[in-house]
Ligand binder design. Structure first.
Ligand SMILES: [Zn+2]
Length: 302
């Protein structure tokens, strides 16, 4: 099941086409003139509902096309879609602000999920693998609590600046920034995020003993947050997010936590922040032997 069929979701579908026989696709959008550049749609499909265009492309696979939004305002809808579709795994590739509430529902229903998230302009990205049956951290355990080196300031490019500096109300500007935060991005940037997400989906769906060593290690060490970068940005002589070369992906987990609020708001478990405090004191992410990219490069064919 894929929630959000845009630059990440539709590309994940393309990469898995022919390998999965039953799909559920959730998106309430139409293919726009901007989409064929970075999404798995053609110009002949402009104006078509995205889920219907993908259903045609995936034939003869069986596709349940849900042409409506599943977001934080409609969690009951989301629960009923899950009960109907009974997915083995859900890819959350919808808007960033929607992922937290949807992931909480998935955790509580025990549904495995992979959450893809682009940082501003998709220069960096995060993929979280959450497998409740394996006792992995939930999305909320790790997000925003990790020591991953200094953050890269978002570049305000001409397109974004002209939008942000219009005469807008504060609320409209806030919404505009949320909607545009991953834009503009190139197909190379978002394709890398889609490839890493797909590699995780493939491994998560395999029987445990058939999984690749890199994925088994990720589960065993609970380093289930993969942080990738398409470029390197130096901040005060240190690489942003600990990414030292373009295309690198690092693993982060409970040992990299720098702060927490006690019980996790997603799963209710108490988070071991002590180890993370050591990482924070050292002012470095706890990345020793945490390069995840070799396995991912092999697994994704990138
Ligand atoms: Zn949690």
């Amino acid at each position: 099941m894929v929630v959000g069929c845009g630059s990440v979701g539709s590309e994940v579908v393309r990469l898995l086409a022919g390998r999965i026989s039953h799909w559920t696709l959730v998106d309430n959008g139409c293919v726009s003139v901007f989409n064929p550049h970075r999404q798995w749609f053609g110009t002949a499909e402009i104006g078509t509902r995205k889920v219907l265009a993908l259903r045609r492309r995936l034939a003869p696979a069986e596709v349940l096309a849900i042409d409506r939004a599943c977001d934080a305002e409609r969690l009951d809808d989301f629960r009923s879609v899950l009960r109907r579709a009974r997915p083995h795994l859900v890819v959350l590739s919808a808007g960033t602000s929607e992922q937290g509430p949807l992931a909480r529902v998935l955790w509580r229903m025990g549904v495995p999920h992979v959450v893809a998230w682009a940082y501003p302009q998709a220069r960096y990205f995060e993929v979280n693998v959450v497998l409740p049956q394996h006792g992995t951290p939930c999305l909320h355990c790790l997000r925003s609590h990790l020591a991953a080196g200094p953050a890269a300031p978002p570049p305000v490019r001409d397109e974004l600046a002209s939008f942000l500096y219009q005469e807008l109300s504060g609320a409209d500007r806030e919404q505009a920034y949320r909607d545009l935060v991953a834009e503009p991005a190139t197909p190379v940037d978002t394709a890398r995020l889609a490839a890493v997400t797909t590699a995780c989906v493939v491994e998560a769906l395999r029987p445990p003993l058939d999984r690749a060593p890199w994925f088994r290690r990720l589960l065993r060490e609970k380093t289930t947050c993969l942080l990738g970068g398409n470029q390197v940005t130096e901040i005060g002589g240190r690489p942003a997010y600990g990414i030292q070369r373009p295309g690198q992906v690092i693993r982060l987990g409970l040992e990299d936590l720098v702060r927490g609020t006690g019980a996790c708001p997603g799963c209710g478990r108490c988070l071991p922040v002590a180890a993370g405090e050591r990482a924070a004191e050292a002012n470095e992410p706890n990345l020793s032997s945490r390069a995840a990219d070799e396995g991912l490069l092999l697994a994704s064919g990138a």
